[in-house]
Write a protein that binds this ligand. Sequence first.
Ligand code: NDP
Ligand code: KPL
Length: 328
Amino acid sequence: MSSPFPRLCIVGAGAIGCTLAARLGTSGQPVSLLARGNTLAALREQGVRLTDLDGTHQVAVRAEADCAALGEQDLIFLCVKAPALAGLLPGLAPLIGPETVVVPVVNGVPWWYFHGETGRFANERVEAVDPDGTLAAALDPAHLLGCVVFITAEVEAPGTVRSGNPHLMILGEPDNRLSPRLEQVRALIEGAGIEARATDRIRDQLWTKIIANLTSNPLSVVTGATLEEIYGEPELRQVAGKILHEALLTAAAYGARVSIDPQSFLDLGAGMGAVRTSMLQDHEAGRPLELAAIGDAVLELAGYQGLAMPVTRDILTLARCRSRHRPA
Ligand SMILES: NC(=O)C1=CN([C@@H]2O[C@H](COP(=O)(O)OP(=O)(O)OC[C@H]3O[C@@H](n4cnc5c(N)ncnc54)[C@H](OP(=O)(O)O)[C@@H]3O)[C@@H](O)[C@H]2O)C=CC1
Ligand SMILES: CC(C)(CO)C(=O)C(=O)O
């Protein structure tokens, strides 16, 4: 059957972008990538290469540095770190047509969190992730499909990535409709060998992932610890447990149904092995950290509900200080 998205573009050819490109390309879907620098050159020369639990997949892709060269797309996966969005999104206009679906595959509280909400927060802006409204202004939210990604991947070399766990993506409309395009995108991803679920409560899933990131990523920058250490060593587990408690209260204040039992969650984390969080990897490489999307935005949402999150705030402060004073 022909794809409803013949023109598919992945913006950002890092760990997640290349994983998606390789899986989708291997399933027969033509894929274009917006990339830059050494990665652009490598993609043009050798295509994209992924090693995951199913083996190694190498596929040819079209890679461009310029949106105008790619032109209008049917489906776009935005696979960049949160701090890159403001510099990138306004320039994507040439890729966007009237029906283009845009799926941000980005950790943290999304800039569109309040889009489609009713009541007190209807269409409010999350200041921490979109301080001056650049993101809201750059893209009509009608294009957006929410996404939470449970994939672990690392770039080994430009255009070459490794992913050592099962893949899962959860998708949902910001207004919670089970729309035809939601099912089409889900089916496309599932067809590429990535478990894909559609939900009519995407914010529940966002909170689940935010809580996983918030309890581990900033702490990993402060301490250098791996997931098994953060959730397994008694002192760190206690701090992670306090952040978890604060985050669960905030999620509940927004009516999110997050089915996390604290002890089981911490045990699960302790069993994840010596995984270095993506934020720790960014810290060590001197790249910007996703502290605003994963941390400050949650503090902001907590504040609107009159919740303080004191332990989370202190750990975020320490992580930010540590990233400022990183040895060269
Ligand atoms: N990796 C993982 O295991 C997981 C990641 N995530 C989340 O997924 C999102 C994507 O992460 P990940 O793939 O790891 O990030 P990476 O840093 O590996 O990849 C981001 C890519 O985007 C590129 N990029 C940034 N700005 C531009 C631009 N203006 N033009 C072209 N390319 C650009 C970067 O290029 P350059 O290298 O040149 O800067 C890089 O190749 C993040 O929010 C992350 O937290 C979620 C779950 C797990
Ligand atoms: C592995 C995990 C869940 C840790 O928070 C993650 O998403 C990350 O490293 O960013």
